[in-house]
Design a protein around this ligand. Structure first.
Ligand code: S3P
Length: 448
């Protein structure tokens, strides 16, 4: 079923939930555990469309992975690491489906292998820019061919040398691809980040015994001895994904009289932009039980409905909350006055152009939103009309439209909503558990 029907929400949302594991950490855990010397244990791993594509790719590189399906939304993995040089050629191209993180990070690892590989994905992924990783990896000596800087990428074996690279935009995927290739390079690989790109790769590499240093915007792999690095196996529990938590969080912040608690949410500072962006609008969010899970800070979040007002977002906050801007726009529809985001042109190269597609879909549902080259302004407050919308095969857009539907005057139907499982399996069931009025409808029951 791929159509999602949402009714105007007439009752408050209430309850305590745990959203599925962090997608960024789940991708990295599988890839890095594959390169470790020994057996890694990963709990509460996220079995979503994107991360499953990475898991399958890693399996086809000859890495044994034992899966215990503790639930539909959390798996425990045991991964037999093959060491940095133990991967085997895949008999077929590696298909990363819609997963940009999967393809870009694996490109870094595959550039260091002694065999050739082809990295490919869905039509959607084939449209996304890969020049941003091809350029630095080629500078390191990688042999990569790609038509028009797009997937599929064909990578042939070469020897890599370390580089010092200044990223033109703050991107964790680019930083990670370079650092992972750096594990195979002679010398010390250094990356300069012009903003606070998420640092899960660095944290995980440190947990595995690699000396990752940071100073004045630079991140580098410090070599303490000549020769290959050896990665120790991982033993980690994946925190709940703040990017997934953002959807129930905004729902509870905007549906009158709601109060919900989200447990064990990853609160890595490079990811908490959405909390600051909502608090800038007056949202009532409190943080309890701060602790550490898998080398990452986590806590429980309680959000209560409150009146919201407009806010202006830009700079580092955009980098720290880039994936949450579509759902922040939904919160902005309920805020008094204008809410603006600028310096967010990166949104245009995500799963889809998240500025123009978001603006188009929100306008379709009766929201007053103005598009700019590097952002948008939502003119609130507004009661959305409801109607028919389309996710454009973008999971975060699909979930944002679903939450908007709860605030609308009439029913909302979101087409092509199956992609929601790319990052948040069980999204509808989780929202239903909080009392949200939404449900899947059979494809033959709806007309376009
Ligand atoms: C990610 C980095 C971000 C983010 C993406 C996941 C990661 O992309 O938008 O959803 O896991 O490294 P960029 O590196 O392109 O900013």
């Amino acid at each position: 079923m791929s159509q999602l029907l949402i009714h105007p929400q007439k009752t408050p949302l209430r309850g305590t939930i745990t959203v599925p594991g962090d997608k960024s950490i789940s991708h990295r855990a599988v890839m890095l555990a594959a390169l470790a010397e020994g057996t890694s244990h990963i709990r509460r791993w996220l079995p979503a469309g994107d991360t499953l594509a990475t898991l399958t790719a890693v399996q086809s590189l000859g890495v044994p992975i034992y899966i215990e399906k503790t639930s539909d939304t959390a798996w425990d993995l045991t991964i037999e690491g093959q060491g940095l040089h133990g991967l085997r050629p895949s008999p077929a191209p590696l298909n990363l489906r819609n997963a940009g993180t999967g393809l870009r990070l694996l490109a870094g690892i595959m550039s260091g292998q002694r065999f050739s590989s082809v990295l490919d994905g869905s039509e959607q992924l084939r449209h996304r820019p890969m020049g941003r990783i091809i350029r630095p990896l080629t500078e390191m000596g990688a042999d990569i061919t790609a038509e028009n800087g797009r997937a599929p990428l064909t990578i042939h074996p070469t020897n890599l040398q370390a580089i010092s690279y200044r990223m033109p935009v703050a991107s964790a995927q680019v930083k990670s691809a370079i650092l992972l290739a750096g594990l195979y390079a002679t010398g010390e690989t250094r990356v300069y980040q012009p903003g606070p790109a998420r640092d899960h790769t660095e944290r995980m590499l440190r947990a595995m015994g690699v000396n990752v240093r940071e100073a004045a915007g630079w991140v580098w792999l410090e070599r303490l001895e000549i020769g290959d690095w050896r990665l120790e196996p991982l033993d980690l529990t994946v925190p709940a994904d703040i990017s997934s938590a953002a959807f129930p969080l905004v729902a509870a912040a905007t549906v009158p009289h709601s109060q919900i608690t989200l447990e064990n949410v990853g609160l890595n500072e490079t990811r908490t932009g959405i909390l600051a962006m909502l608090q800038a609008m007056g949202a009532n969010i409190s943080v309890q039980n701060e602790r550490e899970t898998g080398g990452e800070p986590t806590a429980d979040l309680t959000v209560c409905f409150d009146e919201l007002h407009g806010a202006e977002i830009g700079g580092a906050l955009v980098v720290r909350g880039i994936d949450e801007l579509p759902i922040w726009a939904v919160a902005a529809t309920q805020a008094a006055g204008d809410s603006a985001v600028r310096e967010a042109a990166e949104l245009r190269v995500k799963e889809v152009d998240r500025i123009s597609v978001l603006a188009g879909e929100l306008q379709q549902l009766g929201v007053d939103i103005t598009e700019f080259t590097d952002g948008f302004t939502v003119h609130g407050p507004v009661r959305p009309s409801g109607g028919v919308a389309d996710s454009h095969d973008d999971h975060r857009l699909g979930m944002s439209l679903a939450i908007l539907g709860l605030l609308a005057q009439n029913d909302t139907l979101v087409h092509d909503a199956a992609c929601i499982a790319d990052s948040f399996p069980g999204f509808v069931e989780t929202m239903q558990a909080l009392g949200a009025s939404m449900e899947w409808v059979a494809d033959d029951k709806v007309t376009r």
